[in-house]
Design a protein around this ligand. Structure first.
Ligand code: SF4
Ligand code: SF4
Ligand code: SF4
Ligand code: FES
Length: 520
């Protein structure tokens, strides 16, 4: 056994182990993107650097064998900065979208491609579950949203965008018309009670999400009926009142209580709510200074003054979201605000950390040329966008499924397992720092059940090693020069022949989403 110290902590590992092995034995998470299993180190990523006491320069930990008494520094500022640069160099030459452009543009961040995949399969219930994770009132939004996500739809650069909004409306309408409309699973009751002031889209959404987390919610609405701006801004021809009522009922069906015709206009009334409930969320459209002063909440630039991260107002246990904070023109923004307000209140009530929005790293493809776009569209049906009239009212399964199949699935399948994404987030990387032609789409190779998205390859060499060790695999090689090196089968060899029976193993070992295999 060999003894050494890493960051001052003693560790003992078998003779011949690498510094990376020793660090892992201690539970350190070093970004090692090109070393796999027992294969020899490729030292191509240079992200696993450490400092060895007495050495002139940092060394790759995967290729450095431990020595008795060695002293290693792994988590210093200098080493972290070098690793970050290494990751950013890889990202500067990495062409992939972690998330689809439509999802990034939707204010509610709905997982649009996932919804569309389920629609193509005719699994409308699962499609609706996907929608409802972010949008509590999809049948309403399917009628009042100006389809902002569709402006960013990549298919729109080719011919016309996928009819995302109408498809969402279709799955929501189908569900409302079904004998057993969807209700989400509710967490065990927490015993906490939340008053939500305002029964418009922000308040309804907040109640829907808070109730799912086990909190007992009461919507306090000044009007005799819930709906808020939905009733004021949209006439029945645009938003039929039966649809509005059905979706309000769907929210109430998760156990949300209401107190209608109950205006909150004075400080004592807010005091009483704060006394009765564990938290109060101001989700009303009111943001004028006079009203805020009346209820004893400090005003900011254009509404209630809040801590932007936690949505706490100047009053203890009183939060604010939506138009109570600033004016949001679109209903979908109010919906997004409702979910955010719910997360903030839930975090306060349960001490759960808030999702760290700052750390949501994303790689994005550079804008495509017409030729690249043609390549990207390969395999998708060439059908034109369905007429709107065919997507509302009595919609046929065939029409809606064909429309959903026009989606190009721009999101990355590997997002949950991608090591490059994982470390880019951990090291707070900037994907644009070394941005250049390397972020341009480079095409896709398809084999039976396996795909290689060339621009996502970081030339780690792992699949080359795995294929070389697989008797029935023809083998892969790294081609090109400098930063343009990418993996590919030899000339004239198909991807499936190159990978043979190693395809799944390569996909699992690939540190990015470059190699993917179809689900079994
Ligand atoms: S391979 Fe990783 S970093 Fe690249 S697009 Fe996919 S998830 Fe994002
Ligand atoms: S093609 Fe599909 S995944 Fe891509 S932006 Fe359009 S709807 Fe979203
Ligand atoms: S495709 Fe092969 S060489 Fe490229 S990143 Fe994946 S495993 Fe590494
Ligand atoms: S250089 Fe060590 S894992 Fe890549």
């Amino acid at each position: 056994m060999t003894r050494l110290t890493i960051d001052g902590v003693a560790v003992e590992v078998p003779d011949g182990a690498s510094v990376l092995d020793a660090a892992r034995a201690m539970g350190l998470d070093i970004p090692a993107l090109c070393k796999h299993g027992d294969f020899p180190p490729n030292t191509s990523c240079m992200c696993c650097l450490v400092k060895v006491d007495g050495a002139a320069a940092p060394v790759p930990s995967c290729a450095t064998t431990v020595r008795e008494g060695m002293r290693i520094e792994s988590e210093t500022e200098e080493i972290r900065a070098l690793r970050r640069t290494g990751l950013e160099l890889l990202l500067g030459d990495h062409a992939g979208d972690c998330k689809a452009p439509c999802e990034n543009t939707c204010p509610a961040r709905m997982d649009i491609p996932d919804m569309l995949r389920h629609v193509v399969e005719g699994d409308y219930r699962t499609a609706l579950e996907v929608v409802k994770q972010d949008i509590a009132i999809p049948a309403i939004l399917g009628r009042v949203c100006p389809e902002v996500c569709e402006n960013a739809c990549r298919r729109g650069q080719h011919d016309s965008p996928a009819a995302i909004c109408k498809i969402k409306r279709f799955v929501a309408d189908r569900d409302l018309a079904s004998p057993t409309p969807y209700t989400p699973e509710l967490a065990a009751p927490t015993g906490k009670r939340v008053a939500i002031v305002g029964g418009g889209p922000t308040g309804l959404t907040a109640a829907y999400h808070l109730a799912q987390r086990g909190h007992r919610c009461t919507i306090v609405e000044r009007e005799p009926e819930l709906g808020g701006r939905l009733r004021r801004e949209f006439p029945p021809e645009e938003l039929p009142r039966d649809v509005l009522a059905a979706e309000i009922n769907a929210v109430l069906s998760v156990g949300v209580e209401t107190r209608t015709a109950t205006p909150i206009a004075a400080s004592e009334q807010l005091d009483a709510l704060a006394e009765e409930f564990d938290a109060v969320l101001l989700a009303c459209g009111k943001n004028d200074k006079g009203w805020l002063a009346g209820v004893g909440v400090a005003a900011g630039g254009s509404g209630a003054k809040v801590d932007p991260a936690t949505r706490r107002t100047s009053r203890e246990r009183v939060f604010a979201a939506g138009n109570a904070v600033r004016s949001y023109k679109l209903v979908v923004q109010s919906v997004a605000e409702g979910k955010l307000g719910a997360e903030c209140v839930d975090s306060f009530l349960t001490s759960r950390p808030l999702p760290d929005r700052r750390r949501a790293f994303e790689s994005r493809l550079a804008r495509m040329t017409a030729g690249e776009l043609c390549d990207f569209c390969e395999g998708a049906p060439i059908a034109p966008r369905a007429e709107t009239s065919a997507l509302v009212g009595d919609v046929s399964d065939e029409v809606v499924q064909l429309e959903a199949s026009r989606c190009l699935h721009c999101d990355c399948e590997a997002l949950e397992n991608c090591l490059l994404h994982h470390y880019a987030e951990q090291y707070d990387c900037d994907a644009r720092r070394f941005a250049g032609p390397g972020q341009q789409y480079r095409g896709r190779l398809e084999g039976r059940g396996v795909q290689l998205e060339i621009g996502k390859c970081i030339a780690c060499g792992i699949c080359v090693q795995i294929a070389a060790a697989t008797p029935d695999a023809g083998g892969l090689a790294l081609w090109g020069r400098s930063t343009a090196i990418r993996v590919a089968p030899p000339e004239g060899v198909s991807l499936e022949a190159a990978l043979g029976s190693s395809a799944r193993r390569c996909a699992e070992a690939c540190p990015t989403g470059a190699i993917t295999v179809d689900a079994c």
